[in-house]
Design a protein around this ligand. Structure first.
Ligand code: NAD
Length: 254
């Protein structure tokens, strides 16, 4: 039987990149996947189409995580999507994947950028968990997508790295708090994965090669490299793992 049959998984920011890879993988493992997106409806539909092509079930729902009413809008849209499929509001897996980068060097940083990154990367996942707790079934799974930038500094990403440091701390604290309900909470920290997020950073062959060389495998990661680890963490096999930070960097740290 499929590892996640009968389970409902929410993946935030799943219209593209790593989130799309996670949605596809969890659906192939049998979960009904709620594909959250911020604005690009067409891209979210493509994620759903990919899932369906691979024999899985998914639907898309929209909420801008930077908006003041983000959490209300998120759960209202989620509930509407679930209801359309005849499903109740309960779910088993929340993958906090949506994220924004681009804080720039310290002299370029503005309070607005600081607030925006903390709103999307920290406040949104925390309050999605808070407001989801009465729907998240006991024994459920939360995976927060962190970043290797918390351990390997890049000069142009001070605020981004700070937000992911907060994500790691949140992961630890929530693991302790939610443990009595059998819920596991873990963080997955990718190194450079080839997505839109870093397209400009690797725009020239030289820049691409330099990023690839950070890994012992001399390549950039793929969304599937991350999705496969998330799939393990949300599976029954990972029931005894919680509060952990999993480095998924192709050996960048070695
Ligand atoms: P991406 O830019 O392709 O995707 C980010 C996703 O987040 C998109 O779907 C986007 O719509 C969504 N998002 C951003 N702001 C939003 C908002 N205000 N409201 C709703 N959704 C919003 O990047 P990605 O590489 O796929 O990133 C996915 C996650 O992985 C992020 O948390 C990112 O920080 C993390 N990460 C990426 C890398 C990498 O190298 N690509 C490395 C480490 C960590």
């Amino acid at each position: 039987m499929s590892a996640l049959a009968g389970r409902t998984a929410i993946v935030t920011g799943a219209s593209r990149g790593i989130g799309r890879g996670i949605a596809d993988r969890l659906a192939r493992d049998g979960a009904l996947v709620a594909v959250h997106y911020g604005s690009d409806e067409e891209a979210a539909r493509e994620t759903v189409a990919t899932v369906e092509k691979n024999g899985g079930r998914a639907f898309a729902f929209r909420a801008d995580l930077a908006a003041p009413d983000a959490v209300d809008a998120f759960y209202a849209a989620l509930d509407a999507g679930l209801a359309e499929l005849g499903e109740g509001p309960g779910f088993d897996i929340l993958v906090n994947n949506a994220g924004a980068s681009g804080s720039g060097r310290i002299h370029q940083l503005t309070p607005e950028t600081f607030d925006r990154l903390f709103t999307i990367n920290v406040k949104a996942p925390l309050f999605l968990v808070q407001r989801g707790l009465d729907r998240l079934r006991d024994g459920g799974r939360i995976v927060n997508i962190s970043s290797a930038t918390t351990k390997h500094a890049f000069p142009d990403s001070v605020t981004y790295a700070m937000t992911k440091g907060a994500v790691d701390t949140m992961t630890l604290a929530l693991a302790k708090e939610l443990g009595p309900r059998g819920i596991t909470v873990n963080a997955v920290a990718p190194g450079f994965i080839a997505t839109d997020m870093n397209a400009r950073r690797r725009a020239t062959p030289e820049a691409h090669a330099a990023l690839a060389a950070l890994s012992v495998f001399n390549r950039l990661g793929t969304p599937a490299d991350v999705a496969d680890v998330v799939a393990f963490l949300v599976s029954d096999d990972a029931r005894w793992i919680t509060g952990q930070y999993v480095d998924v960097t192709g050996g960048t740290a070695l």
